[in-house]
Design a protein around this ligand. Structure first.
Ligand code: ADP
Ligand code: MG
Length: 484
């Protein structure tokens, strides 16, 4: 199979719908609050009653500009709205207000990381503003389909990529990067499981070296990034098998079945909707001037790729560490703050990606709610660097205590728990002398060349000091005395 697969090149373009976190809907003042009783966030505008008029929610435009700027898109000045017409029970107006020929953003890129660590830029075709439909529920009642219109009219941004993605793994990375941006910008929670971010994958295959793309299939209903990858893998194999068997790819819309990782036909091209787009007569175009864009620019948070660059170039961290640190904005910002309190960046990175992340996982705490300040973590790092506390005591005892006792400094905690390492030379000499005196025969063995007995003396010094001897200093002194 793999020899046959090797003859083909997959071509993928993704459409991502991001549900915006605006307080009210895209074209009405109805609340967007999730989880309310069905059909409670619905005014006459959402219900599409005759004589009602939509109005543009400025926060939706702000969000679109933010995402556009983050991706390096060109922001359109004159934004027209269009009607996309189709009939469905969860679409009371009979059309969605969207943008057709004048999307708010064009151009721009998403940078993905390939499996070999290299970067690749995927061009964005367009980002446009639109509204969601309501929800039809087919599994709540044994006889009827129920409709909840709370979601009808909630604002969406649709991000459409160029067909430049070449594998399921690249698609995985692309969706991950888009979600990361949405979350950094705090415009969408990116939760695919709950449907607040959705991804449709357009997939085709062609012989390697071909210039004309094959017929594409659009796959919907993947509720996680992992499932986007699974659906694409399945679809590539299915299309190749179909072509190899002498068949043709029909341009269908398919649905992903997560239970067995396959896709099945939802509707064929013949059944495709003709949306009869036309300009929305009830909304004047929105004009975006330089001032508006500048205002949004001023509110932009640091972006993941900027922080990644800073962490690798200024702080000398590895690509991998910087990647882990920038996965989520609160973690990246915590680390960033920590680096203004300590210059030991590698240790800072290890604490954040190690002990702190484990603590968050263990106690199901969000980074935002982590109780210990970056300043305190920096103080703990300093204690270790000064040799006052061993790394293992810091990690196993001082750090957990710091998470409970927020009013004491790491030094106070280490003192209270009797964990300050002894680096006092006089005291150290005494322990070393006692240790050596306890095993005169082993001292002779060492001097005769059996260097392995060093560990015995180190263990003895640690025992005598009750673990408080600074291991580095103790080691130096034991060697010195043995070699005298
Ligand atoms: P539609 O509105 O019918 O979904 P679009 O022109 O908006 O069509 O394209 C949707 C997506 O399909 C885009 O992401 C585009 O990159 C992708 N695409 C177009 N042609 C192909 C193809 N032959 N193979 C894979 N993806 C494709
Ligand atoms: Mg499409």
């Amino acid at each position: 199979m793999s020899e046959i697969t090797d003859k083909y090149q997959a071509v993928i373009g993704l459409e991502i719908h991001a549900q915006l976190l605006t307080a009210s809907k895209a074209y009405s003042s109805d609340s967007t609050e999730f989880g309310g009783m069905p059909n409670t966030n619905v005014s006459v505008v959402t219900l599409g009653h005759p004589g009602t008029l939509p109005r543009v929610n400025r926060a939706v435009v702000d969000s679109a500009i933010k995402l556009g700027l983050a991706c390096g898109c060109k922001i359109r000045q004159v934004n027209e709205y269009a009607r996309k017409n189709y009939f469905y029970a969860d679409l009371p107006k009979g059309y969605q207000i969207t943008q057709d020929t004048t999307p708010i953003c064009n151009g721009g890129t998403i940078e993905i990381t390939l499996e070999n660590g290299e970067k690749k830029s995927i061009n964005i075709t367009r980002i446009h503003m639109e509204e969601d439909a309501g929800k039809s529920m087919h599994d709540q009642d044994p006889f009827d389909t129920l409709v909840d219109l709370n979601r009808a009219g909630v604002a969406l941004l649709e991000v459409v990529s160029e067909p430049e993605i070449r594998s399921a793994e690249e698609a995985y990375s692309y969706v991950t990067e888009v979600r990361k941006l949405l979350r950094y910008l705090e415009i969408c929670d990116g939760n695919m499981e709950e449907g607040s971010m959705r991804c449709d994958a357009n997939i085709s295959v062609m012989l390697k070296g071909a210039t004309k793309f094959g017929n594409r299939v659009e796959v919907k209903n993947m509720n996680s990034i992992r499932n986007v990858q699974r659906a694409i893998r399945f679809e590539i194999d299915r299309q190749i098998a179909e072509i190899e068997a002498g068949g043709e790819i029909s341009q269908d819309t398919r649905s992903f079945d997560a239970s067995n990782g396959s896709t099945f036909v939802m509707r064929s091209k013949e059944m495709a909707n003709d949306y009869r787009y036309f300009p929305e007569p009830d909304l004047p175009p929105i004009l975006i001037d330089e001032k508006w864009i500048a205002e949004i620019k001023a509110t932009m948070p640091p972006l993941p790729n900027e922080l990644h660059k800073k962490f690798t170039e200024n702080f000398g961290l590895s690509d991998y560490d910087a990647g882990v640190l920038t996965e989520s904005k609160p973690v990246a910002l915590y680390f960033n703050e920590l680096t203004s309190e300590t210059k030991n960046y590698k240790a800072a990175s290890n604490w954040v990606t190690g002990d702190i992340k484990s603590y968050l996982n263990e106690y199901a705490v969000h980074m935002e709610d982590f109780p210990v300040t970056p300043k305190s973590i920096a103080a703990l790092i300093a204690l270790i660097d000064e040799g006052k506390v061993s790394h293992s005591a810091a990690s196993q005892t001082v750090f957990p205590e710091m998470c409970k006792d927020l009013s004491s400094s790491p030094l106070q905690i280490a003192q209270k728990l009797d964990l300050i390492q002894e680096s006092d030379a006089g005291q150290m000499e005494e322990w070393v002398a006692t240790a050596l005196a306890a095993y005169p025969d082993k001292v002779e063995e060492y001097r005769a060349g059996k260097k392995g007995v060093l560990g015995l003396f180190m263990g003895e010094v640690m025992k005598l000091s009750k673990g408080k001897a600074d291991p580095k200093l103790a080691n130096q002194l034991v060697r010195k005395k043995l070699e005298e």
